[in-house]
Design a binder for this molecule. Structure first.
Ligand code: AMP
Ligand code: ZN
Length: 468
């Protein structure tokens, strides 16, 4: 499989450290508000990546943190903890809103058929691990204490900007947002590992540490949680492109200094979902959620398909007009699949050929748009129904669009014999009524009811349908 790697900025053949397991880490949500559909674009594409790796025969150990402390409103270690801001907004405790929005996040994920990672770990569960990692970084001389806080010393690294010349906007975030420069920092790019002193004193959650009562920085949580559950060698780290700098850059600085060797091989970044106002973001407000789309009548899987229709490395602009187009395409796709009769034996040779086209698309830097084309090709293919349905079922292990519905979900379809039986009964009932044989007419009515059939008399004659 060829994947674009932000580390090196090239497409590379995916070769994990070990052929037994792929260790995958995902930056989880900051749970101070609902996830917006931009965040969920990233999680949908990461879900496709995970499922495609499994589909390709790998075992995957996927780990995700839940950011419930330490993510400040500015990535440059200034501003307020987002969790605290959320708690104030709702007049609740930090842990209470963390629990609420974590549940809301997984409920949105379930609606979008995003699989829950194998390990999900809230940052507040791992304070001891953060303290351990920070202590080692201090011992090794990669960190220093200044003004009560612990900082990572980026001047100790040969190459701090590991992702090279990224997009100006993405690269400038930390520096640009730094309205109040932190005078404790020895270098502009240094970042906080542990806060004990900061300009906001009402931080709700604080823990004892060798450096005083305080709380962890945001970056240390991902390095520590990945180390805890993925070990020393990480194959793929995922996130939205805004996380590449400074968050992922800082994770690499910490993890490699702590472990003492190269840490993560592949960096998978999903480009942003934008709307008319630019990048969709929680802090800007006015963002779109899965529940909002549902309240407007959209099946959440229409949004999943909308994301699959474009490549994860291209920015995607959301408009209702394009979502409507996807909704129509999705409905048509489902009904075409529902119309396939599972006749014949599955032709495995032909099935493999069709699946091969899908693999070609996804092996090509996870090109889901071409993957969907491969799905449409199955519908057109000159193979029997059983083969088509088998292939569609296989593709759906990755696409997760609920392509094959349970029969009762779609309109019950009468086969020819059943139709003939129902029509004969209706005919008999009409004759019985004409003959004023009410007992027979009622018995037939009951029988039809048992068969889940409603008969309608109208000026155009008698019609019937199955009850929904
Ligand atoms: P957060 O909850 O802010 O920590 O973000 C959760 C994930 O969503 C991270 O991987 C972000 O990089 C990603 N993300 C944030 N905004 C967007 C967006 N507009 N489009 C795609 N991904 C995003
Ligand atoms: Zn992270």
């Amino acid at each position: 499989m060829q994947l674009y790697n932000s580390l090196g900025q090239t497409r590379q053949e995916f070769v994990p450290y070990s052929d037994k397991i792929v260790n995958m880490y995902t930056c989880g949500p900051t749970v101070y508000h609902y996830a917006h559909i931009g965040n969920l674009r990233t999680y949908i594409m990461e879900d496709v990546l995970e499922k495609y790796l499994r589909f390709s025969g790998y075992n995957v150990n996927r780990v995700m943190n839940i950011t419930d402390v330490g993510h400040l409103s500015s990535d440059a270690d200034t501003g307020e903890d987002k969790m605290l801001a959320g708690a104030k907004r709702e007049h609740k405790g930090v842990l209470e809103i963390a629990r609420f929005y974590t549940d809301a996040f997984f409920s949105d994920c379930a609606k979008l058929n995003i699989k829950r990672p194998d390990v999900v770990e809230p940052a507040t569960n791992c304070i001891d691990e953060f303290i351990h990692m920070i202590s080692v970084l201090l011992e090794k001389g990669y960190a220093y204490v200044a003004g009560g806080n612990v900082y990572f010393d980026t001047s100790k690294l040969d190459n701090y900007y590991v992702f090279g010349n990224m997009n100006e906007d993405d690269l400038a975030v930390g520096v640009r947002d730094s309205v109040e420069e932190d005078v404790n920092k020895r270098n502009k790019t240094d970042f906080v590992l542990w806060f004990t002193k900061s300009k906001f004193e009402d931080q709700e959650l604080k823990w004892e540490s060798p450096w005083g009562l305080g709380y962890p920085g945001w970056h240390i949580e991902c390095s520590s949680i990945s180390y805890k559950h993925n070990g020393e060698y990480l194959d793929i780290h995922c996130g939205g492109i805004d996380n590449a700098f400074p968050h992922h850059t800082n994770e690499i600085a910490q993890s490699e200094s702590f472990i003492g060797h190269k840490w993560c091989k592949y960096w998978f970044h999903v480009l942003h979902l934008n709307d008319a106002r630019g990048k969709m973001s929680k802090s800007k407000g006015g963002f779109l959620t899965v529940s909002l789309l549902e309240s407007k009548g959209y099946d959440p899987l229409v949004y999943r398909m909308f994301c699959l229709q474009s490549h994860y490395r291209k920015p995607l602009t959301f408009t209702y007009e394009s979502l409507d187009n996807t909704a129509k395409a999705y409905e048509k796709l489902i009904s075409r699949i529902a119309g396939i009769t599972p006749d014949g034996e599955t032709d495995m040779a032909k099935a493999e050929e069709l699946i091969g086209k899908f693999k070609e698309a996804l092996d090509n830097d996870l090109n889901t748009a071409l993957g969907l084309t491969a799905l449409y090709d199955v519908l057109k293919a000159d193979v029997n129904g059983a083969t088509k349905l088998y292939v569609i079922g296989e593709l759906d292990r990755v696409l997760s669009l609920n392509l094959i519905r349970e029969k009762q979900e779609s309109e019950p379809q009468a086969d020819d014999n059943l139709t003939a039986e129902i029509e004969a009964l209706i005919q008999k009932r009409t004759e019985a009524r004409a003959a004023k044989d009410w007992a027979t007419a009622d018995a037939i009515r009951d029988k039809l009811k048992e068969m889940n059939v409603t008969v309608k008399d109208s000026k155009d004659g008698i019609t019937w349908e199955f009850n929904k």
